[in-house]
Design a binder for this molecule. Structure first.
Ligand code: FES
Length: 151
């Protein structure tokens, strides 16, 4: 991931012939890919590119849930919100994880079902959804939080 104060990636994206009018969403996705989020400097440059206001671009960025305006956390945990996990308390599990990890550089995010519903509720301890843990109970949360939190 490129540091946000490096504007080379942004300049290259805006200079790309694909970055013409009507390609706003594509540009935003490429900026996020380059920086990990959409920095305010990029919002202003993109507004200039399209001859509009930063507020207009910010409105588009905040409309799409997959676009973020803040740098991603160092660690990401996914909590499945599919039907089986939801029925087995995944929302409460997510809230308990968020409360336990408050202040840590960890994002607790909704994740989608990957078909391992017999292990509901499921969480993933990595962004790639490879490190899966199933049959999580609320009582397991303090131990999980202790394992995840930087010491
Ligand atoms: S609903 Fe969570 S793994 Fe299927």
């Amino acid at each position: 991931m490129t540091p946000p104060n490096n504007n080379e990636a942004l300049a290259a994206i805006l200079a790309d012939p694909r970055s013409k009018k009507g390609a706003l969403l594509d540009i935003l996705h490429r900026v996020q890919e380059a920086y990990g989020y959409i920095p305010q400097e990029a919002v202003e440059a993109i507004a200039g590119h399209f001859g509009t206001t930063p507020a207009d671009i910010h409105g588009v960025v905040t409309f799409y849930a997959e676009l973020r305006t803040t740098p991603p956390a160092k660690k990401l945990i996914g909590v499945c919100q599919g039907p089986a996990c939801h029925l087995r308390g995944s929302q409460k599990l997510k809230e308990a994880l968020e409360a336990g990890l408050e202040g840590a550089d960890v994002e607790v995010r909704d994740a989608q079902c990957v078909g391992t519903c017999q292990l509901a509720p499921m969480i993933w301890l990595d962004e790639e959804q490879e490190e899966a843990v199933g049959n999580i109970a609320l009582e397991d949360v303090p131990r999980i939080v202790e394992d995840i939190k930087p010491h």
